[in-house]
Design a protein around this ligand. Structure first.
Ligand code: CA
Length: 403
């Protein structure tokens, strides 16, 4: 799956794409949807260096739904076409500076499913809420998930309103325990037929690309509502995603071996099904303009792979469609620095984070901005970045605070 598009010697005629450390070198070629003040019609584009190349010569429609419908082999051909068009020596084309672009959701999200694939996260949360049985017995047998809500998926940097909800018996008001969850999202495509499970071997061809995903969570609402049917209003008020779709093809050089548990045959993953992808969360408070790192973790800490999530999701015949989105679940690792939400990092708010500014945070406050970042690097290949996923917290609406 490594081909000429991954060649570290490739250079682009877009000069800033050749600067080491750039998120969008020619080896990345992430796809997104943008508009400008001059032309407010959303349309697909590819990010290169500090600019966007319009994709209308190759892709029809106002978003990436057509792209997500392509087969894996057609996606590879499309990447090759873009790589050749952007190489040094190819004719230059007009570009749109990234700073002039307004970025939109890459496609209308069909169905959204959020998994729970970090054993570290599941163990920590379990210890807090169910000390006598932190991990449910099914955990080591299947990737657990719940069906989320696509209507509240927003693109970075859309602000997020603090939600109100039931906080206990006879109590309704703004959440006092607003949290982030650092996750990876995966855009699915080309889709599967109802009644036809996607096998674990085919499953790699059924995700088209990834994004950063922040599953905003209201912990007090969650604690009160989650039994017996799982999260509902504590999670579905907002989910933020980064605007650029990092294609599966761009990620191929960053596969790593997967320490497989011994699951049932339909979940038996090939040995290199995991990815070495660094993920970070930063916080910027209203009183300190410099963002501060609060989490660094890695996708390889997950107990289950994207292919296993897809194979399991379709194992009962449930169809997936192009433009469906899955989240991996909070990507927590083994160390405190890699705990990817405040619930874990501050142990339910009992051990607040002390920031460089002297401020403390148990949970998020109004005006706080959470910034997710991610990248992959490996000797012999060019580093690629995921861009950013941002969201600032707005105060709860006064009129909703009392029910
Ligand atoms: Ca989640």
């Amino acid at each position: 799956m490594i081909d000429e598009t991954h060649d570290p010697a490739l250079r682009s005629w877009v000069e800033l794409a050749n600067v080491p450390g750039c998120d969008f070198p020619i080896q990345n070629l992430p796809l997104g949807v943008y508009s400008t003040a001059v032309d407010p019609n959303p349309r697909p584009g590819v990010a290169i260096g500090d600019a966007i190349l319009d994709l209308r010569p190759w892709l029809s429609g106002p978003h990436l739904a057509d792209y997500f419908s392509l087969s894996a082999s057609d996606r590879r051909l499309f990447r090759l076409t873009l790589s050749r068009a952007l190489r040094q020596g190819a004719p230059t084309r007009p570009l749109i500076p990234l700073r002039d672009a307004i970025l939109h959701l890459p496609a209308p999200v069909g169905d959204y499913t959020d998994f729970y694939c970090s054993l570290h996260h599941a163990s920590n949360v379990g210890k807090m809420f169910r000390p006598n049985q932190p991990l449910s017995p099914n955990y080591s047998w299947m990737p657990l998930a719940y069906h989320g809500r696509s209507s509240s998926i927003v693109v970075s940097p859309t602000p997020v309103r603090r939600p109100c909800g039931q906080l206990g018996e006879n109590r309704f008001g703004p959440t006092a325990e607003l949290d982030y969850e650092l996750e990876l999202g995966a855009w699915l495509g080309p889709g599967s037929m109802m009644g036809r499970p996607v096998s674990i071997d085919q499953a790699e061809d059924h995700w088209a690309g990834i994004c950063l995903l922040n599953d905003w969570s209201a912990r007090d609402i969650q604690r009160w509502e989650y039994q017996p049917l799982g999260p509902f209003l504590s999670k579905n008020f907002a989910t933020s995603i980064s605007p650029w779709v990092i294609t599966r093809e761009a990620l191929e050089p960053f596969r790593v071996s997967y320490d497989a548990p011994q699951p049932l045959p339909y979940l038996k993953q090939r040995s290199d099904g995991a990815f070495d992808l660094t993920l970070e969360a930063w916080i910027r408070t209203p009183t300190c303009s410099t963002p501060e790192l609060i989490c660094r973790t890695n996708l390889r800490y997950l107990h289950w792979t994207l292919a296993q999530m897809i194979a399991h999701h379709t194992s009962n015949g449930c169809p997936i469609r192009p433009g469906d989105l899955i989240g991996t679940g909070t990507v927590s690792g083994p160390d405190p620095e890699s705990q990817a939400c405040l619930l874990e990092r501050t142990w339910r708010g009992t051990q607040p984070l002390r920031l460089a500014s002297g401020e403390e945070r148990g949970y998020l406050e109004d005006g706080d901005e959470v910034i997710l970042r991610g990248w992959a690097e490996r000797p012999g290949f060019v580093r690629i970045g995921l861009g950013e996923c941002r969201g600032v917290i707005l105060a709860a609406l006064e009129e909703n605070s009392q029910a």
